[in-house]
Design a protein around this ligand. Structure first.
Ligand SMILES: NC(=O)CC[C@H](N)C(=O)O
Length: 180
């Protein structure tokens, strides 16, 4: 059975392990730097990136996570996990937070607002359909979701969500986000 590591500090790691199980893949909880040596791919789940970063720092995970990414091993980031993987983040709490980096993009931490503004939207995924078949759209679940505001030339965008230009203006990078 294939094995995938799931960073299990905070957030939806159980849900990711359950999703892997449904696909016939074993998810292994990762909490310590040395455990990264036992896996060849990793998922960083959604949750709360500031809290997750503090826990990762406490467990001295950042150097090992950065090395894992730099080795070119596959890493999937969901929501807070995406924030971890971004080279640059804006809208952070005072003092900022550590990032793993490796994904050439700028992410806005709480671009779509607070928890109560969470929503679902059908996203068109032509690239996935042409490669893998399946339905034309994918249901995106935006739970206090971050947004990628800029992506480097090597980043392949599989789906996007149109936002009103007023929203872009109100997500000024100089404003620190205190919404948690
Ligand atoms: N669903 C999520 O993972 C939300 C992430 C959240 N915006 C954060 O900063 O961590």
């Amino acid at each position: 059975m294939a094995v995938v590591g799931v960073l299990a500090l905070q957030g939806s790691f159980n849900e990711h392990i359950a999703a892997l199980r449904r696909l016939g893949v074993q998810g292994v909880e990762i909490r310590k730097p040395e455990q990264l040596n036992t896996i060849s791919s990793l998922i960083i789940p959604g949750g709360e990136s500031t809290t997750m970063a503090k826990l990762a720092e406490y467990h001295n995970l950042f150097p090992a996570l950065r090395e894992f990414v730099q080795m070119g091993k596959p890493v999937w980031g969901t929501c807070a996990g995406l924030i971890f993987l971004a080279n640059k983040a804006i809208g952070q709490k005072t003092g900022g937070q550590y990032l793993v980096g490796g994904l050439d993009c700028t992410v806005h931490r709480n671009f779509f607002g607070s928890q109560i503004q969470s929503f679902e939207a059908e996203l068109s995924v032509p690239e996935l359909v042409s490669k893998e078949g399946g339905p034309e759209t994918f249901c995106g679940i935006f739970i206090r979701a971050p947004a990628i505001l800029e992506a480097g030339p090597e980043v392949q965008v599989l789906a996007d969500y149109p936002v009103p230009s007023s929203r872009l203006l109100s997500s000024d990078s100089s404003i620190e986000d205190q919404t948690a």
